[in-house]
Design a protein around this ligand. Structure first.
Ligand SMILES: [Fe+2]
Length: 235
């Protein structure tokens, strides 16, 4: 082996970090070198504040998860969306519903970014508003519609649980209303939203691991049970 190629290999290996002086080990690019130090645009979209304290959903959803989920994950969706549409004044005037409801109108080069991040912003904005401790069972007209559509609120819970547990990887179980007025429960991958098909999201269970892994680790069923039985709150 030529000496030069040996060093190239060594510099890329974990051996290098343990046995070579720091000064000759290839360093990770700094945040500044990656261009990440530039603050993202501050609008047009903004991170809504949590409508309660980060520990308000304890013991079902822990404060650390809530803080990271809202302050880091949701904030990243907002920042990434603002950054993507910064060169497009027309897109900056649109609402989340308008962006997601007509992704074909978004330039192809940023369409996936807008889909993921506008979806993430919309989904999480709804999520915070539909959680409380204790949870609140729907009442009135919606309660009757749930009974008529799913058989009972208990059956609705079973359907939501089944939907959330059936999602492979990251995504959401959404309960919502179709354009024709009918209620639905359906899995959505990634940060896709019912808004993408002109439907109205009412209550969603976020089954991305960032939503539960700190507390529940691989026990998604425990987390979903908490969402459905203890902190889900919509009307
Ligand atoms: Fe999330």
């Amino acid at each position: 082996m030529k000496r030069r190629s040996f060093f190239q290999i060594l510099l890329g290996s974990s051996i290098a970090s343990r046995f070579l002086p720091f000064s000759i080990v290839a360093a990770e690019p700094s945040v500044a070198q990656q261009g990440l130090s530039t603050p993202p645009p501050t609008g047009p979209f903004t991170l809504p504040p949590l409508p309660y304290a980060s520990n308000a959903l304890e013991p079902y959803i822990d404060a650390e998860t809530m803080t990271l989920h809202h302050d880091k994950h949701h904030a990243a969706y907002v920042n990434n969306l603002n950054k993507a549409i910064a060169p497009y004044p027309d897109l900056q005037k649109k609402s989340l519903e308008e962006l997601l409801g007509n992704l074909d109108a978004v330039p192809a080069e940023i369409r996936t970014t807008v889909r993921n991040n506008a979806g993430g912003h919309s989904n999480h904005s709804i999520l915070w508003k539909t959680l409380s401790n204790p949870g609140r069972k729907p009442e009135g007209k919606l309660a009757k519609e749930i009974d008529n559509t799913f058989g009972s609120y208990e059956k609705w819970r079973e359907e939501m649980t089944k939907c959330a547990m059936g999602i492979f990887g990251s995504g959401w179980a959404w309960f919502g209303r179709s354009k024709d007025g009918r209620l639905f429960i359906e899995p959505f991958p990634n940060q896709d939203s019912p808004l993408m098909t002109g439907r109205t999201p009412i209550y969603g269970i976020d089954v991305w691991e960032h939503a539960y892994y700190l507390k529940h680790q691989n026990r998604r069923a425990d987390y979903v049970k908490s969402c459905v039985e203890s902190v889900g709150s919509f009307s």
